[in-house]
Ligand binder design. Structure first.
Ligand code: SF4
Length: 605
């Protein structure tokens, strides 16, 4: 038995419920192990046995086929939910929006802040007695919290049936069947970072990205494509290296195939996802691919009009990548590059691996190669030991770099991180809140000034669809709006909350630190409280009235304007006539059709 096998067997001997580790090392007889017991979590005997996963098939068990899934977290989680739902729909499941209707309830979780975890526990609490009424119900906690807390979730919520980590999501259809059939709780997680070699741990996180389901996407013409898993940066405040495992890039040929398939399904904009997406590297057929090569490889995919990527790590923002963005017109001129602090001492404590001077050098290179690019950032305020002077240095960097927007978070200690182990969370809540708001006010002012420079200019937008406000105004409660699509972007735990693009997350501008670069994404939920330009034309025939639409510029600025909803998914030229801190307000550039028609058509690319 190799070291990985020993580690797994050691854990198996000490555990009280079924656990499987989905290792991909097919040469090792213990590579996939299943540890089961013949009972619900508490007070029964432990049965330990090993069965290769590929020998297990579950028979169909009676259930109503309704699936409810709740997702908190970043774009990665949104994509994971799409893939999980796609797999379950292939088994005949149908989605429902009502948790109480579903015999299968999944919570796709986030661990980067305590608030997101509490939200899941409170949802689980609502289901405490539901299984008495419906014995065939399966309740699963999946994703980051499942990988981080593992059996501790059973302790707090013994009615949970399944705990499935981020690296085992491909197993969910089988695990759900088995949980229903065997009435046994089970855990399927990847190895912890210290439980094996880097390769062993990496292999215990499985990939299943090619399975796509258009109906689960935020919008039919926008899709996420994961190009990397995990993270090896180990910033001291962050749980992601534990919950998502070692950094692994996907093969470019696989990504190219996936983008092509998405384009054939009607997708026009792909957002490439990675915890540190610009660290991408892969060797295939004797050639080394970096992010710049990957962008070039997918750029000419027929049907794809925009390519975005989030989130970037400052040290990996190389010149070849900036040049590729410059030379590839479909690549968005928008870079989300979290700085996190403007104080070198704090950056060192955070183990970010760069100084403010390094970041400044990166910004100078960006400005030189991509003069029109928009750059956004994340900041953590109130990190352990952050003095007033340290905070003021961060404020100075906001002034100096004039980010398009910044996502500002109050630090919150996370168990399992180095920062939590090494330093006291010594900044009071009141001080964190005050710093958060001070920075937010400054960033908002800068964002509004920068947006004002667009007034009088025309911009190209990819139209996302009707804004939520216009949909509500028409009394429509079903269907997806562009704002709903935007809900995919924000940081963990805030998907239901309106967010200011210029840095706010919550209505009161008071939010905890989300410790991961990834979720920031540089995109944001917007409260489209715009008033201007959203009124329906009184004399337009019913069904053809222009509504308030929302779109984004190549540098990711949000634009609202009136137009026909059929423009969704197309490029349009918008003349900007006003702005807010978060949004450009405009109208479609029109031309008169020949032959004297008075009908105005938008100029589309
Ligand atoms: S903050 Fe980002 S770069 Fe740092 S460990 Fe977390 S995911 Fe990795």
């Amino acid at each position: 038995m190799n070291k990985t096998g020993q580690a797994l067997a050691g854990r198996a001997a000490n555990a009280e419920f079924a656990v499987c580790h989905g290792l991909r090392d097919r040469g090792d007889p213990i590579a996939s192990l299943w540890r089961g017991r013949d009972s619900l979590p508490y007070g029964r005997s432990l049965a330990l046995f090993f069965v290769p996963l590929f020998f297990v098939t579950a028979p169909d068990m009676p259930h109503n086929g309704k699936l409810y899934i709740e997702t908190v977290g970043c774009q990665m989680n949104v994509l994971d939910s799409e893939l999980v739902v796609a797999a379950l729909r292939q088994q005949g499941y149908a989605l429902t929006e009502e948790m109480k209707e579903a015999d299968t309830v999944l919570f796709n979780t986030c661990s980067v802040r305590e608030h997101a975890e509490q939200k899941i526990y409170s949802q689980l609490g609502r289901l405490k007695f539901s299984k008495r009424a419906r014995p065939d119900q399966v309740i699963a906690v999946i994703g980051c919290m499942a990988q981080k807390d593992q059996e501790r979730i059973f302790e707090r919520a013994p009615h949970v049936d399944l705990i499935v980590g981020t690296g085992q999501l491909a197993e969910i259809p089988r695990l759900v069947d088995e949980a229903r059939r065997d009435r046994k709780p089970a855990i399927a997680v990847s190895l912890d970072r210290k439980e094996g070699t880097r390769l062993d741990v990496a292999q215990s996180f499985e990939s299943y990205d090619p399975l796509r389901d258009p109906e689960m996407r935020p919008s039919p013409w926008q899709a996420y494509v994961r190009i990397m898993f995990g993270c090896d940066k180990f910033c001291t405040y962050c749980v992601v290296p534990m919950t998502r495992g070692p950094e692994q890039s996907r093969a470019p040929s696989e990504i190219v195939r996936e983008v092509r398939a998405l384009a054939e399904q009607g997708v026009k904009e792909v957002t490439l996802l990675g915890q540190t997406v610009n660290s991408y590297k892969f060797e295939e057929n004797g050639r080394r691919y970096r992010m710049s090569d990957l962008l070039a490889a997918i750029h000419d995919t027929p049907g794809i009009q925009r390519i975005k990527f989030v989130t970037n790590f400052p040290k990996d923002m190389t010149d070849d990548l900036l040049v590729a963005i410059r030379d590839l017109p479909k690549v968005s001129r928008y870079l989300h590059v979290p700085l996190q602090s403007g104080c070198d001492e704090m950056l060192k404590r955070m183990k970010r691996g760069y100084t403010v001077a390094d970041y400044r050098d990166m910004m100078q290179r960006i400005r030189a190669i991509l003069p029109n690019a928009a750059v956004s950032s994340d900041f953590i305020v109130g990190f352990c030991g952050e003095t007033e002077e340290s905070f003021q240095r961060s404020m100075e960097t906001v002034r100096e770099f004039r980010f398009k927007n910044s996502f500002i978070f109050k630090y919150s200690a996370r168990p399992g991180t180095k920062a939590n182990e090494l330093w006291a969370d010594d900044i009071t809540e009141e001080v964190k809140r005050r710093r958060n708001n001070e920075m937010l006010i400054l960033q908002n002012q800068i964002s509004e000034e920068d947006n004002a420079e667009f007034i009088g200019r025309s911009v190209e937008v990819l139209v996302e669809g009707p804004s939520k406000r216009s949909t509500k105004a028409q009394g429509t409660t079903t269907g997806q709006t562009a704002d709903d699509a935007n809900l995919a972007y924000p940081m963990p735990g805030v998907v239901e909350t309106a967010v200011l693009a210029a840095g706010g997350r919550d209505h009161d501008h008071d939010h905890d630190h989300d410790s991961c670069d990834t979720g920031c994404g540089g995109n944001s939920v917007v409260q489209l409280d715009l008033g201007a330009g959203s009124a329906r034309k009184p004399d337009a025939p019913r069904g053809q009235e222009p509504v308030q639409l929302v779109g984004r510029t190549p540098c990711d600025r949000i634009v609202v304007f009136d137009g026909n909803p059929r423009l969704a998914g197309s490029l349009a030229e918008i003349a900007i006539h006003d702005c807010t801190q978060t949004t450009l307000l405009g109208s479609i550039v029109t031309r008169q059709i020949q032959h004297g028609s008075e009908t105005l058509l938008p100029i589309l690319a």
